[in-house]
Design a binder for this molecule. Structure first.
Ligand SMILES: [Cu+2]
Length: 499
């Protein structure tokens, strides 16, 4: 059933893409002829308390031409949208039907380390992993994805990612749309490269290892620049940056506002209007958009200029940075076509949730993390030689599976300072939520960093108030890492216990 619905969507996309695309580019394609937005299946586990997932190989046709070998959860590419209820337990059965080990992490779930799914919990080929997830956190849009060291980047790129929503049954009271696929749209935004035959391309060059892999086409739920039918009403978009490295600068081409209602780890007190939103890999942001006017609109993104500063990296990347900015301009992400009936929500809610408490100033501990691009000053050796060995790290050391980096006391809040090196790096911490005290060299600059988060784009020096409410042992610790997946695989990762 699930599979059929997804296939139907993707076949329709492929068919309409074949009809209209030909040799034209997205810039000239008529928005009325776009593939329709594929909708991931919703698996609501609030009653059953069971979630059965199969990590499987698939074939998916993204563009006219050849199909690509892909990976997915319960489907060919990507996975379902899981919706769970706060206060319940979810008994997962995850079968690894791949010919290689796979770890699957619940990014954003506040669950103990022994079910967190980091690289210490690989599922071997043919094995079944049965974690029980206690869901006890505010409503939010989390996700799940491959976290297999050092193969995360390739596995996520091939499709191993899905969305995990936490719901508390009170969205009607809040006046928020929540009908999946009707007025509540989960949008997994990813960039991809394709070869001349239209097959998914993941060949890492030296620059890809340095900057993280970026594609020149942007997909939403696996379709390039698709078209979504919307009701003529207030619509909720759950935006997830599921890309390996690309940072999006999202806005509507008619400049209609996006009313932010939630960041990674939960709701904001009230909708906050923004015309442009930055979304780094791993981050989620939820917005309401007003389509009552019935006018078509396009969500676009500005170019990712995370190309590094002066110095060696700057010189190396200068040409690429210059040309890609010139070439890229705005890229289309998704076309909206509000049509038909009105939806359930016809006005913007004034308030959504309680006021956020002021972040604490009482810290049990202060820690400092420096995200290093070039360990030992010899970064190019491994890259040019193609050995792929770790050349990145944190505080001068690459990730070491055998050595716990930090030990944290359960129930405390700590002050973490994270410094980026050469590029901006999206920093993610497992098993926690945090407040961003400063995101850019001691200053607070970004609207997006309000509220509770689990991933933050570090530009210079960021300061975080991190709440540790979940235990994790030395054997099944939590991770902290750069969410540019090639950096993570390259060693820009550490792990910590909480007890
Ligand atoms: Cu990084």
């Amino acid at each position: 059933m699930d599979r059929r619905r997804f296939l139907k969507g993707s076949l329709a996309s492929a068919a309409s893409a074949t009809l209209c695309m030909g040799a034209t580019t997205w810039a000239r394609a008529d928005s009325a002829n776009r593939p329709s937005l594929p909708l991931p299946n919703l698996i609501d586990v609030s009653k059953s308390g069971r979630l059965d997932l199969v990590a499987q190989r698939g074939n998916h046709r993204f563009l006219p031409g050849a199909s690509s070998a892909t990976l997915g959860y319960n489907q060919d590419f990507l996975g379902p949208v899981v919706r769970a209820r706060r206060g319940q337990e979810v008994a997962v059965g995850l079968l690894n039907d791949l010919p290689e080990p796979l770890a699957t992490h619940w990014h954003g779930l506040l669950v103990p380390g022994n079910v967190d799914g980091g690289p210490h919990q690989p599922i071997h080929p043919g094995a079944l992993w049965k974690p029980v997830l206690p869901i006890d956190q505010p409503p939010s849009t989390a996700w799940f994805h491959a976290h297999t060291y050092p193969h995360t980047a390739r596995q996520v790129y091939a499709g191993l990612a899905g969305v995990f929503q936490i719901d508390d049954g009170r969205d009607d009271e809040r006046g928020l749309p929540h009908d999946h696929g009707d007025d509540d749209f989960t949008l997994i935004i990813q960039d991809r490269r394709f070869d001349s035959l239209g097959r998914l391309d993941y060949r890492l060059g030296m620059m890809d290892r340095m900057h993280g892999f970026q594609g020149d086409r942007i997909l939403v739920n696996g379709a390039e620049n698709p078209r979504a039918r919307m009701p003529r009403s207030i619509v909720r978009l759950r935006l997830l940056n599921g890309s390996n490295a690309r940072i999006y600068h999202l806005r509507f081409d008619d400049d209609r506002p996006m009313h932010v209602i939630a960041s990674d780890s939960g709701y904001w007190p009230k909708p906050t209007a923004a015309n442009e939103l930055r979304l780094a890999p791993g981050e989620r942001i939820e917005v309401l958009v007003d389509f009552r006017d019935g006018h078509d609109a396009r969500l676009v993104t500005g170019p990712d200029r995370n190309q590094g500063g002066p110095g060696m990296m700057g010189m190396m990347s200068g040409l690429r940075s210059f040309t890609s900015s010139l070439l890229e301009g705005d890229m289309p992400v998704l076309s909206f076509h509000p049509a038909g009936k009105k939806g359930a929500v016809d006005q913007l809610p004034e308030t959504i949730d309680d006021e956020l408490p002021a972040p604490t100033t009482r810290f049990a501990q202060r820690r400092h993390f420096r995200l290093d691009m070039m360990l030992g000053g010899m970064p190019m050796m491994g890259m040019m030689g193609g050995s792929g060995g770790p050349t990145m790290g944190i505080n001068g050391r690459p990730f070491d599976m055998q050595r716990i980096n930090e030990q944290v006391s359960l129930g405390t809040t700590e002050h973490w300072t994270v410094e980026s090196d050469m590029l901006m790096h999206p920093f993610h911490i497992h098993g926690v939520r945090f407040r961003v005290l400063a995101d850019e060299n001691g200053r607070s600059t970004r609207l997006e960093n309000q509220g509770y988060k689990d991933t933050v784009l570090v530009n210079g020096r960021a300061e975080l108030a991190v709440e540790f409410t979940q235990p994790a042992s030395h054997e099944k610790p939590f991770m902290y890492h750069c969410h540019i997946l090639e950096h993570e695989d390259g060693g820009m990762m550490g792990h910590f216990s909480v007890s």
